[in-house]
Write a protein that binds this ligand. Structure first.
Ligand code: AMP
Length: 373
């Protein structure tokens, strides 16, 4: 939503307010006051500054039905402000549903499902959602059905307060943070079974994982009713799965996939990186180095005029590099798959591929991938 549209309505600079926004805002006196104040200050403000002020005020107005910052135009109101308004926390389905309902169907809602312990990778999704939607909703839920036996469900990092602080700094409006009992009542029997996903390399390594992911994402989509939903390329099979769910079940949701965010040394950001001991953390960038070596092989063969590359050659180069690191106790898989379906390829042509891997470093399972095209 462009703030200048609202501003123009109330400051009478001649451009009509979009009907979507007018119907939502009605005759909000706080916006009117805000813009009147803007009008009187306009002579002193750069247009960029004014635009930012209004962006902040309107998003809060939409969320809360009032403008908590009216009269505070001298403050920095960039999206990541120092003293941001905190998102509303919703522990129940009824609560987040009623917030969603209050906006009406024409307000765009960006949704980022997470398991919390937020890092810059998550935050990149929230920033995109913030810039592309009227309202931003996060979910923080460590979903038990996607964890297998012996996995880290109990020790998965949980830090709701800290996460909410981070989300506040980005201007997220609502956080849905249900308990397991809320999501899976004692009579819960319905699961989504995404055919074939248990046969992907990640699915073989984590039996029932994608059934759990598919089920929880479908439930969250039904609860939040987003316009746009944001996911990270870091979880490559998950991205393909979400697109399938939305297509197969005819959900009216735009799926946005964003690039993997990495540490400076190339390690893909992950909540599980916190488990790495110092020495393991030092060695962890080898995972991305191995994937980059596959990219070099891929690019050099095409540069030499070859039309196809053997998937086995790409796998081998990655595995060989990973095996040079003694702290890597197991390479669970190195897969070369089709970009759209995550089905294994034997030959990689100009359509490209995705090279993905999972390995155990110390006691930590690391996954990563690189798209070659
Ligand atoms: P999680 O909390 O691990 O379930 O992740 C929530 C979302 O954040 C998923 O869509 C992930 O793919 C995404 N994500 C996790 N790590 C990264 C990263 N390093 N870069 C981009 N997206 C990420």
């Amino acid at each position: 939503m462009s703030m200048s549209i609202v501003c123009q309505r109330f400051c009478r600079t001649g451009v009509a307010l979009s009907p979507r926004i007018t119907s939502f805002l009605g005759s909000s006196s706080s916006i009117r006051r805000c813009c009147e104040e803007h009008s009187s200050r306009r002579g002193n403000s750069s247009s960029a500054h004014v635009g930012a002020d209004h962006r902040f005020d309107i998003s809060r107005t939409i969320r809360n039905g009032h403008n908590p910052r009216r009269g505070s135009f001298a403050m920095s109101t960039a999206p990541e402000a120092e003293n941001p308004t905190r998102p509303s926390i919703h522990p129940t389905v009824e609560s987040i549903r009623s917030a969603r309902k209050s906006y009406g169907p024409s307000v765009s809602v960006g949704f980022v499902p997470t398991m919390g312990a937020l890092h810059e990778g998550h935050l990149s999704l929230f920033r995109a959602a913030r810039s592309e939607n009227d309202v931003v909703v996060a979910s923080i839920f460590v979903n038990p059905t996607q964890f297998g036996e012996g996995e880290d469900l109990e020790k998965y990092p949980r830090q709701l307060e800290k996460d909410v602080d981070l989300l506040a700094s980005i201007g997220v409006d609502h956080v849905f943070a249900p308990s397991s009992d809320t999501m899976y009542g004692k009579n819960h029997v319905t699961y989504l079974e995404p055919t074939g996903f248990d046969k992907t390399r990640e699915g073989i390594a984590r039996p029932n994982h994608f059934r759990g992911v598919a089920t929880v994402v479908a439930k969250l989509f039904n609860i939040v009713q987003p316009t746009n939903a944001y996911f990270g390329q870091k979880d490559a099979v998950q991205c393909v799965l979400i697109r399938r769910i939305v297509d197969d079940l005819n959900m009216n949701i735009n799926v946005r996939i964003l690039d993997t965010v990495r540490e400076r040394d190339g390690l893909a950001m992950s909540s599980r990186n916190a488990y790495l001991m110092a020495e393991q953390r030092d060695k962890a960038p080898i995972v991305y180095k191995a994937l980059c070596a596959a990219r070099e092989v891929f690019e050099s063969r095409f540069a030499r005029g070859m039309e196809e590359v053997d998937a086995a050659a790409l796998q081998e180069v990655v595995e060989n590099i990973l095996r040079t690191e003694p702290l890597i106790s197991e390479v669970q898989y190195v897969a070369v798959d089709d970009l759209e379906t995550m089905q294994p390829l034997e030959k990689v042509g100009s359509g490209g591929c995705i090279v993905s891997l999972a390995c155990i470093l110390g006691t930590v399972r690391l996954i990563d991938n690189i798209v070659l095209s």
